[in-house]
Design a binder for this molecule. Structure first.
Ligand SMILES: Cc1cc2nc3c(=O)[nH]c(=O)nc-3n(C[C@H](O)[C@H](O)[C@H](O)COP(=O)(O)OP(=O)(O)OC[C@H]3O[C@@H](n4cnc5c(N)ncnc54)[C@H](O)[C@@H]3O)c2cc1C
Length: 411
């Protein structure tokens, strides 16, 4: 039997941060970090294409979904971007801001971030890899932690087991079961976020594989109300659609479609121009052919594919007619195809390809100044296990740093 003052379950971004701050706050206590994975921090290493997008220069609650924005703000403001960047500087990681607003280590290597966190956490805690927790039993005055190791007894526990995205990194949702066994609930749905979307097997969108271009994606409610919109680059692939615009939109689409199958996701291939503006532009460039107009604005392969699927099969000469000569219905169809093309989403690529998890432990079950449970005394939470998911850009790590810090200093 191993005894500890604090046991942190999960040594990802949030758990490491919690260990560091628990140790910095009181270095006399025995802290152990238990992680089921043989290699610690795999998700940090693959983050940001191996460069680890640590945070964003401007983080606010509007970049997140899940819990209420007010609740998310309460956590973020207690440990903000300035504190995060100076913390990383202190542990030897200099961050640089890129044009997109994302902050990366100046080395452009995720291992700089992971090594610094491990080195700092190691000063205050024992980091035990290959220690997979299966049960946490609340004995009243302490917790008994079971798994593939000798039982651990701890006075306080921080649950930092992440969500379900990329289960092979070690985050497979086991933490949810542990939280439930300690009295917590889960949101009604836990689903992939920042995930690529698929289209039906024979759809021509798949023929566009390899094309990357800036688009505006728009999510429309059944009555035509615009629910969400993202303008960024999109990557067409052999299964459907990916790239930042699609990843950012995915959780909103997947959430909305479940509540109402009549919602629609559309692509505007010419993001600066909406349907009405395009109809106006057609009037001023009426002598150009549809083909020429599209070639002036879009990559050739996309032009060919769109045209092949726009006009009637026996009427492909329509593309060479001047816009003025097109039938009104064809002109409208062209404008619609270019600015409001409805994506026939078949599904998503699932947790194996999702960067983050939507849903989790509701924030209302925690005291947000300490990340402590309102249900089970001496239990704290941090990171992706909670019902918070952020956009692409460093927001998910910022959530891990802020919530990990709070859990660490309060435990
Ligand atoms: C491909 C990819 C790229 C990403 N890029 C970025 C990026 O650049 N910027 C950004 O902000 N976010 C990025 N994210 C998201 C970000 O990595 C996560 O939101 C963040 O790592 C969550 O941290 P966490 O500590 O809460 O959970 P995790 O990092 O998932 O860590 C949880 C840990 O708990 C352990 N664990 C789970 N269950 C148990 C158990 N039962 N017993 C013991 N241990 C257990 C796991 O092994 C794991 O080590 C990316 C995610 C992916 C998948």
């Amino acid at each position: 039997m191993t005894k500890a003052d604090i046991a942190i379950i999960g040594a990802g971004a949030a758990g490491l941060m919690a260990a560091i701050w628990a140790g910095r706050t009181n270095s006399k206590r025995k802290i152990i970090l238990l992680d089921g994975a043989e290699t610690i921090g795999r998700k940090i290493l693959i983050a940001g294409g191996g460069r680890c997008n640590v945070t964003h220069y401007q983080v606010d609650e509007r970049a997140y979904a899940g819990a209420s924005r007010n609740a998310i703000k309460k956590v973020l403001r207690q440990y903000d971007v300035a504190q995060t960047t100076s913390f990383f500087k202190e542990i030897g990681v200099q961050l640089k801001r890129e044009e997109t607003g994302k902050l990366f280590p100046t080395t452009d290597q995720a291992k700089t971030v992971l090594n610094a966190l491990l080195k700092e956490a190691d000063k205050f805690s024992s980091i035990l890899s290959g220690h997979r927790v299966s049960d946490v039993i609340n004995k009243g005055h302490l917790f008994e932690i079971h798994g593939n190791f000798d039982t651990v007894q701890a006075t306080k526990v921080i649950l930092a087991t992440g969500g379900k995205s990329i289960p092979k990194t070690g985050s497979d949702g086991m933490g949810y079961e542990i939280a439930q066994s300690l009295g917590h609930s889960l949101t009604p749905r836990i689903f992939p976020a920042l995930v690529p979307l698929t289209v039906p097997r024979n759809h021509w969108l798949r023929d566009l594989k390899g094309i990357t271009l800036p688009v505006k994606l728009e999510l429309w409610g059944p009555t035509g109300k615009l629910l969400e919109s993202f303008e960024n680059s999109m990557l067409c692939t052999h299964f459907g659609l990916s790239g930042p615009a699609v990843l950012d939109m995915s959780r909103y689409y997947l959430d909305a479609i479940r509540h109402d199958p009549a919602v629609r996701l559309t692509i505007n291939w010419i993001p600066q121009t909406d349907f009405d503006q395009l109809v106006g532009q057609f009037k001023s460039e009426k002598n150009k052919s549809a083909l020429q107009w599209m070639r002036d604005h879009l990559p050739e392969r996309l032009v060919k594919t769109l045209l092949a699927n726009l006009f009637e099969a026996d009427d492909d000469s329509a593309a060479t007619l001047s816009i003025n000569q097109l039938k009104k219905a064809d002109r409208q169809a062209l404008a619609k195809m270019l600015t409001r093309f409805e994506v026939p989403v078949a599904g998503d690529r699932g947790f194996d390809f999702a960067e983050v998890t939507a849903g989790g432990i509701p924030l209302k079950e925690l005291r947000l100044s300490t990340m402590s449970s309102r249900i089970c005394p001496n239990l704290h939470f941090c990171g992706e296990i909670l019902n918070v998911d952020g956009r692409i850009g460093g927001f998910n790590f910022q959530w891990a740093w802020s919530s990990g810090y709070l859990a660490g200093i309060s435990v």
